[in-house]
Design a protein around this ligand. Structure first.
Ligand SMILES: NC(=O)c1ccc[n+]([C@@H]2O[C@H](COP(=O)([O-])OP(=O)(O)OC[C@H]3O[C@@H](n4cnc5c(N)ncnc54)[C@H](OP(=O)(O)O)[C@@H]3O)[C@@H](O)[C@H]2O)c1
Length: 340
């Protein structure tokens, strides 16, 4: 006994704790079929050891491999409509949904970039080997144009028309760091038309469809900026506060329906977001992420896909997600980058 304990240090102990944890998780979801329960699947023993190790595994140790830990069959053949899918979080989300067997409609203004995202989605679907989903529809869409938002739904292919299960309202941007009094009216229009008015209009259209069908899920991209405003961000912060309030009303309005409403509020994510804020100045944008392991697009894509994959009786209303060295728009620590 003593020898066994000595030769298998804490792996057995943690493995045991984890098994108990998993058993408890499964007991607390008695309605799930055995095939839907969370069952870790390990590629090999070193993968298993990393999973049970107390220190955080390197971020890239199981890239896009969440299906090893979570059964994703609820996503199979679902139709997911994603705005702002030409870059950053939207792109990573489209690829992950496709990988897990969903069909995706990817939209943004840059159609050429969307074509390459479509190829990535198709490759990811093949790699995912679920045997489900894999259909991709590309639609050029400017969230500022209300008529285009209506048309994009009418122009969907048969497999998607009237059949969208999940709307990911991700398109959004910040322009400039000017303070109130110096902000150009054009920048205000672009931010509000995209982040708020476009999002509201598209949500209204889909809510009407979802109510008729008695199902659907709206996932909004909010931000820590919508909870805590900061100087030189008045327009962006207030636009995300509007998303938060709108989404909170919607959640309450739909409480007597099976329609789910979720808001993901990321902290700092290393995408083109800051390059847009600094009007293409890459050096200024790089400074934002200097010395700190910021979140990556895939981290937030995993949140979004995980939320969509919850059982129908579970609604993740809000998630606030920071890099480990960020605690608010003001509180961050820059010890130097560590993650590979
Ligand atoms: N990065 C962060 O730190 C962070 C933190 C909190 C929240 N967020 C939110 O996360 C969402 C995604 O941002 P990201 O970080 O992935 O930024 P990103 O890499 O700059 O991507 C933004 C996406 O939005 C699209 N977009 C912008 N304006 C649009 C418009 N008028 N019509 C249609 N699409 C438009 C862009 O595509 P086109 O240019 O091709 O149209 C692009 O695909 C945004 O809502 C953002 O506010 C980001």
């Amino acid at each position: 006994m003593h020898l066994a304990r000595a030769s298998y240090p804490c792996i057995i102990h943690r493995s045991f704790q984890r098994s108990v944890q998993l058993a408890l998780t499964q007991v607390s979801y008695p309605r799930l079929l055995p095939s839907q329960r969370i069952v870790p699947h390990f590629r090999n023993s070193s993968h298993q050891q990393r999973f049970f190790a107390s220190s955080t595994p390197a971020r890239q140790s199981y890239p896009n491999n969440m299906s090893s830990f979570f059964n994703v069959s609820r996503l199979h053949d679902k139709v997911v409509f994603i705005t702002g899918a030409s870059g950053g979080i939207g792109r990573a989300t489209a690829v992950l949904f496709a990988r897990f067997g969903a069909n995706v409609i990817i939209t943004a203004r840059r159609q050429d970039v969307l074509q390459s995202v479509a190829e990535e989605c198709q490759a990811a679907n093949k790699e995912g080997k679920t045997g489900h989903g894999g259909k991709v529809h590309v639609a050029q869409l400017d969230m500022q144009q209300r008529s285009a938002l209506d048309k994009v739904r009418e122009d969907l292919p048969d497999w998607a028309k009237g059949k969208v299960d999940v709307l990911v309202n991700n398109a959004g941007l910040v322009i400039g760091v000017e303070k109130v009094g110096d902000i150009s009216p054009e920048d205000i229009d672009v931010m509000y038309n995209t982040n708020v008015l476009g999002l509201i209009h598209l949500t209204q259209r889909f809510v009407t469809d979802f109510k008729k069908r008695g199902s659907g899920h709206i996932i909004q991209l909010g931000s820590i900026a919508g909870r805590e405003a900061y100087p030189a961000g008045s327009i962006y912060c207030s636009s995300k506060a509007a998303v938060r309030a709108f989404t909170s009303s919607l959640l309450k309005e739909l409480v007597d329906t099976p329609i789910r409403v979720s808001e993901v509020q990321p902290g700092m994510v290393e995408t083109d977001f800051s390059t847009t804020r600094y009007r293409g100045d890459k050096a200024a944008s790089a400074k934002v992420y200097e010395g700190l392991d910021a979140l990556q697009s895939e981290d937030i894509a995993e949140e979004i896909v995980w939320i969509a994959n919850r059982p129908p009786h579970v609604n993740v209303a809000e998630t606030l997600v920071f890099p480990v060295n960020q605690a608010s728009p003001y509180h961050n620590h820059r010890p130097g980058k560590k993650a590979a």
